[in-house]
Ligand binder design. Structure first.
Ligand code: IFM
Length: 419
């Protein structure tokens, strides 16, 4: 039984209440991908974890979608795994395409409209072996996969995300070395990757629209909110602006830079989790003279990030200038303690509601994530889900936050004040 929300902070009719996942993090046995190989290198993943069977969503998707229906979701964001669909270059696996037809069909049958991501961090081994996204012409190699997916599954999907978090993907893989291909401080590689991802996005956008003119297509950009630690201090302000420039732009031919969210799109996908205060520090040349701090007085997630939901409102208001529909394509916290999540959810949704009142056309909120799953280099220790998964039996158990989210979704509203 779900208690009713009687408050008056209503969301627009048709607002999407949902969760997001990515294939490699939930499906299991994703053996043809570069991540599968990377996880097997010593010291790459926290505690020596490997994705392995993940949460076996590949086989249990019906049960998982039923849980989301119970949670009153009316949409679901998922990704299609390129390395399954095109296991070697130019060869498409019709069995896998049928599998994804079943998955998308099941979602629709359960009343959840799919939002499909085409690239969410993992690549086929054959693509990575040829240099992956750093190789010249990478976007042209991505395109046949996109076309095939659109051809075979396009009738089931009206919301598309081309590429998830291009800037995070490139930075983790080519600057921090914590994701495949594990390169460190490779600035030239970073630019090549970002440039190719932009071309990949633009090509995918055109390909989808040619075949499905009514589809809504965008990308999901991760916005880490940076604020000058001392608002009046010009050096702190420059440090914050430089940080934004490094994380929110990608190169266009001719050495120009473009804001990632200014790419061709029918909507903007915002992934927002947290942010930092930035302070100029002459003693830190190795960190571009910048010290990053959490704002005092806020709880922190298990990642060590401040839980400060009003940054969501700021990040949404910043997108108003683009005059496009916005989906919050990811928002959530890593928290073993579900009570923190139960406090976070009404607060962050309240900020989304407030941004809507101020004229941002937000159409949906995709919580990251439905089930605890494989959190990339952090392995299984970071728990973002509203549903716990027993590591041995894989039994799913909704956490109290799940019922809370269901109440908001069912009412399409938040209570006047958090209860
Ligand atoms: O798990 C990731 C997801 O794959 C991309 N966005 C951030 C999430 C939490 O770190």
């Amino acid at each position: 039984m779900i208690a009713r929300v009687t408050g008056s902070r209503s969301f627009p009719p048709g607002f999407l209440w949902a969760n997001a996942t990515a294939a490699h993090q939930v499906e299991g046995n994703n053996t043809n991908s570069d991540w599968w190989a990377f996880e097997r290198q010593q010291g790459r993943i926290h505690g020596g974890d490997v994705s392995g069977l993940a949460v076996d969503h590949y086989n249990r998707y019906r049960e998982d979608f039923a849980l989301l229906r119970k949670q009153r979701n009316n949409s679901h964001r998922l990704s299609i795994e390129w390395s399954r669909v095109e296991p070697s270059r130019g060869e498409f696996d019709s069995r896998q395409l049928r599998h994804y037809r079943d998955v998308l069909g099941e979602l629709r049958e359960q009343g959840l409209s799919p939002m499909l991501t085409l690239h969410h961090f993992s690549n086929p081994l054959w693509f990575a072996a040829k240099g992956g996204w750093a190789a010249p012409g990478a976007h042209e190699v991505f395109l046949p996969f996109v076309r095939r997916v659109v051809e075979e599954l396009g009738d089931l999907v009206s919301l598309w995300v081309t590429i998830n978090e291009p800037n995070i993907y490139a930075t983790q893989g080519w600057i921090f070395g914590s994701w495949p291909p594990g390169r460190r401080n490779d600035i030239r590689g970073l630019w090549r990757v970002l440039g190719n991802l932009r071309l990949g996005h633009e090509a995918a956008y055109q390909a989808i629209k040619e075949r499905l003119p009514d589809a809504a297509v965008g990308l999901a950009h991760n916005k880490f909110w940076l604020v000058p630690a001392r608002p009046g201090n010009p050096l702190d302000r420059v440090a914050a602006q430089t940080g934004h420039r490094m994380m929110d732009f990608w190169p266009v031919a001719g050495r120009r830079m473009l804001r990632t969210v200014a790419a061709s799109s029918d909507f903007i996908g915002l992934n927002h989790y947290s942010g930092r205060l930035v302070r100029f520090d002459p003693l830190r040349p190795g960190s571009q003279f910048v010290r990053q701090l959490n704002p005092p007085g806020y709880p922190v997630s298990d990642f060590g990030d401040a839980v400060k939901p009003d940054w969501m409102r700021d990040a949404l208001l910043d997108l108003k200038q683009f005059s496009k529909p916005v989906y919050v394509t990811e928002s959530g916290i890593a928290a073993e303690d579900d009570e923190l999540r139960q406090r976070f959810l009404p607060e962050v949704l309240g900020e989304v509601w407030a941004a809507i009142q101020k004229g941002v056309d937000v159409r949906g909120f995709y919580h990251w994530t439905s089930m605890d799953n494989f959190e990339w280099a952090h392995g299984y220790r970071m728990k973002f889900g509203m549903i716990a998964v027993d590591p041995k039996t894989l039994e799913r158990t909704p956490k109290p936050s799940s019922a809370l989210f269901a109440r908001f979704a069912q009412a399409n509203a938040l209570p006047e004040a958090a209860e």
